[in-house]
Write a protein that binds this ligand. Structure first.
Ligand code: HEM
Length: 461
């Protein structure tokens, strides 16, 4: 299976990426890299072979690159593989018992209930919120013309603003910075896996668990406060205005049950968190890569000018932003915001000839898969042409920015709609130039983040 574009279509731009790790890291070195930069744990072998088996604290930890093995774990036997102890420990204080952290019948009930809120039709309802926040950001960027601009934090704020407006129809104002502070604080300290997270059974709290529980109190207070403000806000709308309306009206098609207030709060925390950081990261990498490629910026600007009417209320025909979308697809291949999908085996199994015992880890790494030597032609080169209509088909299991199977990202269509529109609007409005030269490298802890924020200069088109 060779996924490729015609060689003449390949640009030679190779964006920065870290070198592979040396072979045979010790468990301690591995744990330390998992805390600081999870994509540096893989040696060259991982990018060439179909299966890589490692021992990690008495368990097997198996990287699966083979399509049939990925399909086995994520699509055909999802009930035999669950979220890991460390994932639940780290994420539950933020996400509670929401869709991401629940399992079994509770997960099935939530997924059925939430699904209608994320269909393309429902996402259409959210587009005006995306556009209003984007137009405002472009307005404030226009005032910075020719100055050095710290664009990444602005993109992160925009993504949070969009998450807040689409969820609550509220401008985020002060809530935005409070949410951001809490999320940053958690990501930089408590969200980093600690050795004890892997080895201590989940019922026994570690000192980190106590600190996380303390954090949760403040976090819940904040979400409750924003929800209360939204519920008392006056509205003249007759139908649903935002995700909160959709979630409050959501009913399980099988049991007819909706969400309790606590469940609703956990879903909201999940959607804000799972939704905004990942999309922000995809946009930051897009802007960084495109700053090296003025001709690609020009092509997006041209497409956007032909498709998006700046002041029109009419929704832009997203399907026509084909090139912009191909650029995003390629950016998420090279820098997948969700760099890894991990599952713990719940029962004995055999996958691609590997014996899995309960507790063993099955690792599917979009970071590795998307740069795998067997699946991609010139894997490290930036070539959006791979994703244009007419290019050779991309194997379903070689490209997984949103995962696959029943737990595939529920917000994928929303994320792609948001990112495509924001990127198209940005490029239609400005030509973006990089003014600092230090290469930006990916650091993967929660998402695949840039290691620093370079400075840009914007020129109005
Ligand atoms: C570029 C943006 C995004 C990327 C790359 C991304 C990626 C992913 C991936 C890879 C998974 C699967 C994880 C697994 O199988 O363990 C996932 C799940 C999930 N995503 Fe996203 N996501 C993005 C945006 C969003 C948005 C906008 C939302 C919501 C508004 C969202 C909500 C979720 C939720 C709730 C799950 C858990 C689904 C479940 O377990 O049933 N994501 N996402």
């Amino acid at each position: 299976m060779q996924t490729s574009v015609a060689p003449e279509g390949i640009r030679t731009f190779i964006p920065p990426h870290p070198d592979p790790a040396p072979e045979n890291l010790s468990p301690r070195q591995l744990a330390s890299l998992m805390r600081t930069n999870n994509i540096r744990v893989w040696s060259q072998r991982a990018y060439e072979e179909k299966v890589v088996v490692r021992r990690f604290f008495g368990r097997s930890s198996v990287l699966f690159n083979a399509p049939e093995a990925i399909r086995h774990v994520l699509v055909d036997h999802p009930e035999a593989y669950g979220r890991t102890r460390a994932t639940l420990r780290i994420l539950k204080p933020l996400l509670g018992e929401g869709l991401f952290t629940s399992e079994g019948p509770a997960w099935r009930h939530q997924r059925r209930t939430l699904a209608p809120a994320f269909t393309p039709r429902s996402v259409e309802l959210l587009i005006p919120h995306i556009r209003s926040a984007t137009t405002e950001m472009i307005g404030s960027l226009a005032a910075t013309e020719k100055e050095r601009v710290d664009l990444f934090p602005m993109i992160q704020r925009l993504a949070l603003e969009i998450a807040g407006r689409t969820m609550f129809s509220l401008e985020m104002g002060q809530h935005g910075s409070a949410l951001r502070d809490q999320i940053m604080h958690y990501g930089q300290r408590l969200g980093r896996p600690h050795l004890l997270d892997f080895v201590v059974p989940i019922g026994l709290p570690t000192p980190h668990d106590w600190a996380r529980a303390w954090f949760r109190r403040g976090w819940i207070r904040l979400i409750d406060q924003i929800m209360a403000e939204r519920l008392t806000a006056k509205t003249h709308a007759s139908g649903p205005r935002d995700l909160l309306d959709l979630l409050m009206a959501a009913r399980d098609p099988e049991s007819g049950e909706g969400f309790s207030p606590k469940q609703l709060r956990d879903q909201i925390a999940t959607m804000i968190l799972a939704g905004h950081e990942t999309t922000a990261v995809a946009l930051c990498w897009s802007v960084y890569l495109l700053a090296h490629l003025p001709e690609v910026q020009g092509q997006i600007a041209q497409e956007a000018a032909a498709v998006v009417q700046p002041d029109s209320e009419a929704e832009p025909p997203l399907l026509k932003l084909t090139y912009t979308r191909a650029v995003l697809d390629e950016v998420m291949r090279l820098y997948p915001p969700a760099y890894v999908i991990v599952r713990a085996a719940r029962q004995p199994d055999n996958v691609a000839g590997v014996t899995m015992k309960p507790g063993d880890l099955a690792i599917i790494s979009p970071w590795v898969l998307h740069r795998h030597r067997k699946y991609w032609h010139e894997p490290d080169a930036f070539a959006p042409e791979r994703f244009l209509p007419g290019a050779l088909a991309v194997d379903r299991f070689a490209y997984l920015p949103f995962g696959v199977g029943p737990r595939v990202c529920i917000g994928a269509h929303f994320a792609l709609t948001e990112a495509t529109l924001v990127l198209a609007e940005l490029m239609r409005s400005f030509r973006i130039e990089l003014v600092t030269s230090r290469p930006v490298l990916p650091v993967a802890v929660v998402t695949t983040q840039p290691d620093h924020a370079p400075l840009f200069r914007l020129h109005r088109r």
